[in-house]
Design a protein around this ligand. Structure first.
Ligand SMILES: [Zn+2]
Length: 238
């Protein structure tokens, strides 16, 4: 696994605003603190999220972009790309592979962090179809699309130089094999999550739930009680 000192740039590709904050914002904080440039790519604007029926769906996209931009700032990220695909309707199409490949060729990251392309039968909420579709499209973009100079003839991505990503880190497993101890930055991760105001009916209950979840990841990886951690399946894509 590449260490932060060996990494210049990381690209995070996620289906919805707030996915990165639940899964990996602590790791992002550790990376940016170490001088790594981290860039976010959000595939949808999360138009299908939230609980308040009084907010017009047409306004939700702008609200969620703003929330995600504030959350990113909490962990040292200031560059965000929104691809504008529709929440709840993400499919692994050549257009989506193209769009993610274009961001990879623009950012030129050593590491891409994304969601699992595989459904985890033990976790209904962890296997939102948009997450699995984004994971699969991102893996296709890492190999072969972004590194193949002959991919996407005539499309905007073909104007950009090809780029080979060294590693992909899949959030939340299944089969996670690496972890980051995020105990020192967990409060910034919580602050980032709390920026997604439109998504939390009861922010305090949310915080209690997620702290317990990240604590369980820490204990499962041998860290002392009271620690928090984020885990990843690391895939060598060189
Ligand atoms: Zn999501």
């Amino acid at each position: 696994m590449l260490q932060p000192s060996e990494i210049e740039r990381v690209l995070v590709v996620m289906a919805h605003p707030d996915d990165v904050d639940f899964s990996s914002a602590g790791t992002v904080a550790l990376l940016t603190d170490a001088g790594v440039e981290v860039v976010y790519c959000l595939v949808t604007d999360g138009q299908a999220g939230g609980f308040d029926r009084s907010i017009p769906r047409t306004e939700m996209a702008a609200i969620r972009r703003e929330e995600q931009t504030k959350a990113a700032a909490e962990v040292g990220v200031s560059t965000l790309h929104f691809l504008g695909h529709i929440d709840g309707a993400v499919e692994v199409t050549m257009q989506l592979r193209h769009d993610i490949s274009a961001i990879i060729r623009t950012v030129r990251p050593q590491v891409v962090i994304t969601q699992s392309p595989l459904r985890n039968l033990a976790s209904t909420y962890g296997s939102h179809p948009d997450h699995n579709a984004v994971g699969e499209a991102t893996m296709c973009a890492v190999y072969p699309d972004a590194r193949n100079p002959f991919a996407f003839p005539g499309m905007p991505c073909a104007e950009l130089d090809d780029w080979a990503v060294d590693e992909v880190w899949i959030t939340n497993g299944p089969d996670a094999d690496e972890f980051f101890d995020i105990t020192t930055v967990v409060d910034r991760k919580i602050s980032a999550l709390r920026c997604h105001i439109s998504q939390h009916v009861d922010p305090d209950a949310m915080e209690e739930r997620v702290r317990a979840w990240w604590g369980s990841i820490a204990v499962a990886n041998g860290l002392p009680e009271g620690s928090t951690a984020e885990s990843f399946r690391v895939i060598d894509t060189r």
